[in-house]
Design a binder for this molecule. Structure first.
Ligand code: UT7
Length: 335
């Protein structure tokens, strides 16, 4: 595809940041909590450890810390932010939105703010939204955050799910620019046929099953998942989304410098890499250290890749994700 014409508005990621809680929960720690073995977890998921937020740390705390670092790396003032989108499945509370709490915590008084619910696909959905809003000409500076405290919704007696998840947040400042970089192609999809199947859900706590003593006793306010089915869907959907987005951009996988897939399971990541034809050195992996941080995985990974210079200015990055809903999405960005 030809490079952009001059003066075309692009949505550029001008700064990123992340925040991971200090507390580490290892596989050996989990051996003390449920009937599992460290080797099993490593072989089936690739996860060695994950981070867990302290009890007095909320999703908005992680989100605000990540946002402050992103502001610093973009070298902008919080008052320049016009919109805050917090992508999360673990908000501080049902309402007010976590985004409003973040607005207060970082002093972004000129921004309006809302949460976006797309489970693990959240950040890619948020980026897609920011891309559209910036290209419309209405916004110049948007803060998109993926932030989660899944430790709060994990059933710590269910060995098939509690081993998978961790807490963390990542943030990106997305700004209008006429430079020849930024979001080149972005694509999101959903299939609500999977929404009420308990394939991957927190069934209670909303209008369908309000919080009652009985629902809590049945652990319905915690994650329930049919792991094997989710696995198969991820391995099918992420390559489709990635290839579709490459096609939209008029690029091939060889053009991409780094692929950052949703970090849910190493076997899923490797299968995605194989199916889209990416050599392992171009596949970003940090699931071993953080587990699945849902909406935060891809932006935590992008922030790490930028800071470690695995990704440099001008490089092409492909983010691809899937999650409950079902939802999925991919984004190609020239950094
Ligand atoms: O963001 C998206 C969110 N979720 C995902 O991406 C998760 C996708 N799915 C997965 O990652 C995998 O399905 C799991 C890691 C959850 C499970 O791995 P699996 O290879 O699909 O195992 P399985 O569910 O088919 O279970 C195999 C066996 C079962 O025992 P039996 O029935 O064969 O006797 C499980 O009970 O492994 C057992 N098992 C465990 N054993 C030791 C399940 N969890 C554990 C465990 N430790 N933690």
């Amino acid at each position: 595809m030809s490079r952009q014409s001059q003066n075309q508005i692009r949505a550029v990621i001008s700064g990123t940041g992340a925040d991971l809680p200090e507390k580490v929960l290892t596989n050996s720690d989990l051996e003390q909590m449920v009937d599992t073995e460290s080797d099993w977890i490593v072989q089936r998921t690739g996860i060695a450890e994950r981070r867990i937020a302290e009890q007095d740390t909320s999703t908005s705390d992680l989100a605000a810390n990540a946002a402050r670092r992103a502001l610093k790396s973009a070298q902008i003032d919080p008052l320049d932010i016009e919109l805050i989108v917090v992508c999360t499945a673990t908000p501080d509370m049902s309402f007010p939105s976590t985004a409003c709490v973040v607005q207060m915590k970082i002093g972004a008084k000129n921004a309006h703010a809302f949460d976006l619910s797309a489970a693990c696909s959240g950040f890619v959905y948020g980026l897609d939204l920011a891309d559209g809003m910036i290209k419309s000409g209405r916004y110049k500076t948007i803060l998109v955050i993926g932030a989660e405290t899944f430790s709060r919704i994990v059933n710590w007696t269910d060995r098939s799910t509690c081993i998978l998840f961790g807490d963390g947040a990542g943030a990106a400042i997305v700004q209008a620019s006429t430079e020849d970089r930024g979001i080149i192609a972005s694509y999101c999809g959903a299939d609500g046929a999977y929404a009420d199947t308990e394939l991957l859900a927190v069934p209670a706590g909303g209008s369908t099953l309000p919080v009652t003593a009985e629902n809590v006793k049945k652990q319905l306010h915690k994650i329930t998942m049919k792991g094997r089915e989710v696995f198969k869907l991820g391995v099918r959907i992420m390559p489709e989304a990635a290839l579709h987005t490459l096609q939209m951009a008029g690029l091939t996988v060889e053009d991409i410098d780094l692929v950052i897939p949703h970090q849910a399971n190493l076997r899923i990541i490797e299968a995605v890499g194989e199916r889209i034809g990416v050599p392992s050195e171009k596949l970003y992996i940090n699931v071993d250290r953080y587990g699945n941080t849902s909406a935060a995985t891809v932006i935590i990974a992008l922030d790490e890749a930028l800071r470690s210079k695995r990704v440099n200015s001008g490089d092409l990055v492909l983010l691809v994700t899937f999650g409950a809903g079902l939802t999925w999405g991919a984004s190609i960005i020239r950094m």
